[in-house]
Design a binder for this molecule. Structure first.
Ligand code: RP5
Length: 169
């Protein structure tokens, strides 16, 4: 699987701790691409490549990144380490690499006061919601994203209504 990464115009950084996280995190990439939001997609580990992870996050805001999405499993410190290094909003996706993802959920959500990580649900559903949340954050200052997001929300509602109508037919 190849992903076009590190667009000069990237507005969202999607970072995961391991290649094994990509099947879940791909869902975030897909949603942002569908809304024409250019992203960086990187594999960087708070534990295995701390220097490279630090270099990435410390330059993110000045490169035009507005939101960071971090996916990691096990002792998931990537999102928290990023939140301690930048003033950008950081969204953490706990991934199920062990213990059903409970270890990663607690490691991601239990941040000390003053260093928030917006933690979404475990796994692929969380990766999707990380992208939807990033879109909502960017929609505050970008009318084009706001309109595209509103259209997607309308389409989601319509899909439920269609499924309901299909059941009743
Ligand atoms: C974490 O450890 C990664 O985010 C991954 O979810 C987990 C296992 O990594 P691998 O051993 O599969 O590379 O750092």
């Amino acid at each position: 699987m190849t992903i076009n990464t590190n667009d000069q115009n990237s507005r969202v950084g999607i970072v995961m701790g391991s290649k094994s996280d990509l099947p879940a995190m791909q869902a975030a990439v897909d949603i942002l691409k569908a809304h024409d939001v250019p992203c960086d997609v990187r594999i960087l580990s708070a534990h295995r490549t701390p220097m490279e992870a630090d270099e990435y996050v410390s330059g993110a805001a000045s490169r035009g990144i507005q939101v960071l999405i971090c996916g990691a499993g096990m002792a998931a410190h990537l999102a928290g380490a990023f939140a301690g290094r930048t003033l950008l909003p950081v969204i953490g996706v706990p991934l199920n690499a062990s213990l059903g993802g409970l270890d990663a959920l607690l490691a991601t959500v239990q941040m000390p006061p003053g260093v928030p990580v917006a933690t979404v649900s475990v796994g692929k559903a969380g990766a999707k919601n990380a992208a939807w949340l990033a879109l909502r954050i960017m929609a505050l200052s970008d009318p084009q994203i706001r309109e595209a997001l509103a259209e997607s929300v309308r389409a989601m509602s319509q899909a439920v209504l269609d499924a309901d109508a299909g059941l009743r037919d």
